[in-house]
Design a binder for this molecule. Structure first.
Ligand SMILES: C[S@@+](CC[C@H](N)C(=O)[O-])C[C@H]1O[C@@H](n2cnc3c(N)ncnc32)[C@H](O)[C@@H]1O
Length: 284
């Protein structure tokens, strides 16, 4: 690494070009206040590509036509992937006590063993999707007569790779209630590694795939029972939030639920076809 790299900055032109690409294609706003964060995150790409400076990276993207190749890395640099197991636990309590019983009673679900389809639409490294699987698997263990399939999607390929592996640090796994953790997490053989892996029984029920919430249409079933879209809308502007939510809601079955993060309920208010159930849960 050249010693000048840490003081290296992006020119206004390159910062604006990157911000525009990210805003139009990913939805994430990159105001000037995010510039230092972006520069910090892009430095590892400068090194990986053996370029000299951040502006060399800008030229690589826009003058040498490498934006398409670099897009996935750029996305990994601008996304915030913080997540936790049982984050905002009230959502999982509501799912267990109210939403699942109501969904199982819907006309389309009155079979022997209905299949509930759950979608974690900004899945990050998978904690939300596996939390859903743990809650539903516990219900089945208690006699619940339904089946379930969980889809986790995200725009970042890097987080999806981690999600599919299902391996987490002990620190992260601590958020899972002890009895549930014992049931669904295998400790590493070597305790020094301080990590555990989600059991195959749950990993089999959870599938991950790349999906950009900005896409006009996506190949997802239109009879999804519950869509979780939490802690991602905050990065989008108002019109983008509405467009993303309208598209998501169109994939819900009538009677299905949309769940957003606690700071995001304002963006759902008044969306046609949705009725508010709690401050952050909406029913189609
Ligand atoms: C902060 S995490 C939220 C994870 C989880 N939903 C939770 O609440 O714990 C936000 C995730 O949204 C993803 N994301 C950002 N823009 C996206 C887009 N346009 N399409 C799909 N996912 C996106 C990011 O890659 C990131 O993993």
């Amino acid at each position: 690494m050249s010693s000048g790299l840490l003081t290296d900055t992006l020119s206004e032109r390159h910062f604006r070009s990157i911000a525009e690409v990210i805003e139009t294609q990913v939805g994430i706003q990159l105001p000037a206040t995010k510039r230092t964060m972006l520069e910090g995150r892009l430095r590892k790409r400068v090194r990986a590509l053996r370029l000299d400076t951040l502006d060399d990276y800008g030229r690589h993207l826009f003058d040498r036509g490498r934006l398409a190749d670099e897009f996935v890395h750029l996305v990994d640099c601008v996304t915030t992937n913080k997540t936790d197991f049982f984050r905002e636990p009230a959502h999982f309590d509501l799912l267990r006590t109210k939403l699942v019983p109501k969904l199982c009673a819907l006309p389309g679900h009155r079979g022997e063993r209905p299949l509930l389809k759950i979608w974690s639409s900004a899945a990050s490294t998978g904690a939300e999707a596996y939390t859903l699987a743990m809650v539903l698997q516990n219900l089945i263990a208690e006699g619940g007569r339904f089946d379930y399939a969980i889809l986790g999607t995200d725009i970042s390929t890097e987080v999806l790779r981690l999600a599919s592996a299902g391996i987490y640090s002990d620190e992260m796994l601590e958020a899972i209630p002890a009895a549930t953790r014992r049931r669904y997490v295998m400790a590493a053989r070597d305790p020094a590694r301080q990590q555990g892996r989600i059991v195959p029984e749950l990993r089999r029920r959870v599938r991950f795939q790349r999906l950009n919430l900005m896409d006009e249409r996506y190949a997802i079933d239109r009879d999804v029972d519950v869509v979780f879209c939490r802690n991602v809308l905050i990065y989008f502007d108002r019109p983008t939030q509405r467009a993303v939510l309208e598209r998501l809601a169109a994939h819900l079955r009538p009677g299905g639920y949309l769940v957003v993060g606690h700071s995001e309920s304002m963006s759902v208010a008044g969306l046609p076809g949705l009725t508010q159930v709690t401050s952050t849960v909406f029913r189609r």
